[in-house]
Design a protein around this ligand. Structure first.
Ligand SMILES: Cc1cc2nc3c(=O)[nH]c(=O)nc-3n(C[C@H](O)[C@H](O)[C@H](O)COP(=O)(O)O)c2cc1C
Length: 193
């Protein structure tokens, strides 16, 4: 891959340990969102912020996909690490896991566009579980490359899943993020609580 024209604005904590699927909002969940899991990876916080808004709107369970060995917090270094992972088709070990994947039939899958595809920890997640018969709905934060080839790559890694309509978010998504998320949920038939 040659020159990529984007830059990163850090606005989040990529090492926070808000990682475990939580049941705290269970009683707030509508019937429709009871079987939805939000799973996301985020390095500089943009995807994480979108995931937080999606959680507020749906009450769905949430898991942050954290690699056991975190990426560098330095932008130039993470570019290299991510490219190396991609070239090696790496599957970084994840620090946290979903114990009861069978209870979910919709996965809202969030990630930044890294080198025009998914970050490899997302590939680790997709290979860890059987998504047959489930619907995966991507949301992708990017610096101009939108989804890149990430949707194709997700369908290859979860071959018997259905892929819903994705949401592409330019960096942090700006002031329309909340309404864009609402429109996106609605177009995928997901009700807000
Ligand atoms: C390692 C790395 C690779 C990236 N590759 C791309 C890319 O190929 N295309 C693109 O549009 N943005 C690319 N970006 C920009 C990110 O997609 C963008 O900054 C996104 O908002 C980051 O989301 P996050 O804050 O959840 O980590 C890259 C960023 C990093 C750190």
């Amino acid at each position: 891959m040659s020159n990529i024209g984007f830059r990163v604005a850090r606005n989040g904590d990529n090492n926070s340990d808000t990682t475990v699927v939580s049941d705290t909002n269970r009683d707030l969940q509508t019937e429709n969102s009871g079987n939805i899991l939000i799973a996301y990876f985020s390095w500089s916080g943009n995807t994480e912020n979108a995931a937080r808004i999606i959680r507020e709107k749906t009450g769905a369970d949430i898991i942050e996909l954290n690699p056991v060995e975190p990426y560098s917090e330095n932008y130039n270094e993470v570019l290299d690490e991510a490219q190396e992972d991609m070239n090696n088709d790496a599957r970084p070990e994840l620090a946290n896991h979903v114990e009861n994947m069978e209870q979910y039939d919709t996965i809202l899958l969030g990630y930044p566009n890294w080198w025009a595809t998914i970050p490899m920890p997302v590939a680790s997640f997709l290979e860890e579980y059987d998504f047959s018969g489930k619907t995966i709905i991507p949301f992708c934060s990017h610096g101009g490359g939108e989804f890149g080839q990430s949707i194709t790559d997700i369908s290859k890694l979860a071959p018997n899943s259905k892929i819903g309509e994705g949401l592409s978010i330019h960096y942090s998504g700006g002031s329309s993020l909340e309404s864009d998320i609402s429109d996106w949920l609605s177009s995928n038939g997901i009700q807000e609580q």
